[in-house]
Design a protein around this ligand. Structure first.
Ligand SMILES: CC(C)(COP(=O)(O)OP(=O)(O)OC[C@H]1O[C@@H](n2cnc3c(N)ncnc32)[C@H](O)[C@@H]1OP(=O)(O)O)[C@@H](O)C(=O)NCCC(=O)NCCS
Length: 200
């Protein structure tokens, strides 16, 4: 569990699955978060997915909740992989639509970077996002990611093919800007967070 600013990233529980099922069948949400808005999922599939994923050590799934009141407002994930002795985390997140554009996505992304680098000691993080998802690109770039590649015309949505952008950030790049990002996004809560996440 990670408490950062106004949010908490905690593990998925069975009680969350109904809400996750609703999100995973929200056309507009999936239009941005998966680039596959037409793949509707029955509740049983969400349960099966949850059961399979929680057995895996290379998947870290989170439910995002508000610290104030505990409402679940979205999900986040870090998918771990190791290739040629380099440990990577592929991150993803979505928020319930009513919480878009309130600055929370940047804090969630900061939280995922904190988990990846400050807690898990990963070497690099990456994220993929469909060409038209300008808001997500802005959030990633604001958090220090760079657009490093593109899978051209590799997603088909609403009558045409779109590029799939790849963003990444290296551990040393994050550590260089860590305190600056924390102060920028957490404001008056930054010092308390920095103190809580360092022993000395
Ligand atoms: C992507 C998502 C997690 C971002 O969270 P959020 O809380 O909405 O984002 P924030 O409010 O922290 O920041 C949004 C930024 O994008 C900017 N933005 C919003 N719409 C934009 C657009 N159409 N073009 C460019 N920038 C845009 C905002 O101005 C803001 O930047 P600023 O604060 O520097 O001005 C959230 O919108 C979401 O769940 N979207 C649907 C799923 C999704 O896209 N997931 C990510 C897949 S990679």
């Amino acid at each position: 569990m990670l408490e950062i600013g106004p949010i908490i990233l905690r593990s998925w529980e069975k009680d969350d699955l109904e809400r996750i099922h609703r999100w995973e069948n929200d056309f507009e949400l999936m239009l941005y978060s998966r680039g596959m808005p037409h793949s509707m999922k029955p509740y049983e599939n969400v349960v099966d997915y949850f059961e399979e994923e929680r057995k895996r050590e290379d998947r870290l799934h989170y439910v995002i909740t508000l610290k104030n009141g505990g409402e679940a407002i979205g999900t986040a994930v870090i998918r771990l992989s190791k290739w040629s002795r380099v440990q990577s985390g592929n991150i993803g997140t979505y928020l319930d639509k009513k919480y878009w554009n309130k600055g929370l996505g940047k804090i969630v992304t900061l939280g995922l970077l904190e988990l990846s680098f400050h807690f898990l000691n990963l070497d690099r993080c990456e994220a993929g996002s469909i060409e038209y998802n300008k808001r997500a690109h802005r959030v990633l770039e604001e958090c220090g990611f760079r657009r490093v590649g593109v899978h051209r015309k590799s997603a088909y949505v609403l009558g045409r093919r779109w590029d799939w952008y790849i963003f990444d950030i290296l551990r040393e790049e994050y550590l260089e800007i860590r305190e600056e990002l924390i102060r920028k996004f957490l404001g008056s809560e930054a010092e308390e967070y920095l103190k809580r996440t360092s022993l000395f």
